[in-house]
Design a protein around this ligand. Structure first.
Ligand SMILES: [Zn+2]
Length: 166
């Protein structure tokens, strides 16, 4: 009984190896056919300043591939997956993501008003605390703050904040 089990196991392993070898061959064949087509670069950047991840994809001609990968590696990108059609790249940045660098919104910090980087949908770190006790504000205004008020530029931000002054 034990021997039958062993033979079966061996058969399974061999079968698996055969399958793997075959699919590997298939991938090679389709790879050479696709050589004329473009390949995709898949970037994933992780920004430690706000813990946000940004992804983007680019299509390139295969002729520029090696040069591009060399350049990107020198820029600190790490290759995480590698096929003839798709190359995955990852990089960690110690700054804020582009969204958090460009945008800010007004919200609640504890019982006071806080200015945060980013947007209410994708909030970043706290940037400023405005010492205004929000419990004395009308309910509708507290609701607005809870939802987050997006400001377009510093001027607008300070104009909105002035409205909350004690
Ligand atoms: Zn961010």
């Amino acid at each position: 009984m034990k021997r039958v089990g062993l033979v079966l196991l061996l058969g399974l392993v061999l079968g698996g190896v055969y399958l793997l070898a075959n699919t590997g061959k298939l991938a090679l064949v389709s790879g050479s056919v696709l050589k004329q087509k473009s390949f995709t670069l898949e970037y994933t950047a992780f920004y430690t300043g706000c813990q946000h991840e940004e992804r983007k994809e680019e299509c390139h001609s295969p002729r520029t591939r090696n040069e591009l990968l060399e350049k990107l590696t020198n820029e600190g990108w790490v290759i995480t997956s590698f096929t003839s059609e798709r190359v995955g790249l990852e990089k960690e940045e110690t700054k804020l993501c582009p969204g958090c660098q460009e945008q800010e919104f007004i919200g609640i910090y504890g019982n006071e008003i806080g200015v945060y980087a980013g947007s209410p949908e994708k909030p970043g770190p706290l940037k400023q605390v405005i010492p205004v006790n929000i419990s004395r504000l009308p309910k509708a205004e507290i609701e607005d703050l809870r939802a987050g008020i997006v400001c377009r530029g510093a001027q607008e931000k300070w104009r909105i904040l002035e409205g909350y002054q004690n």
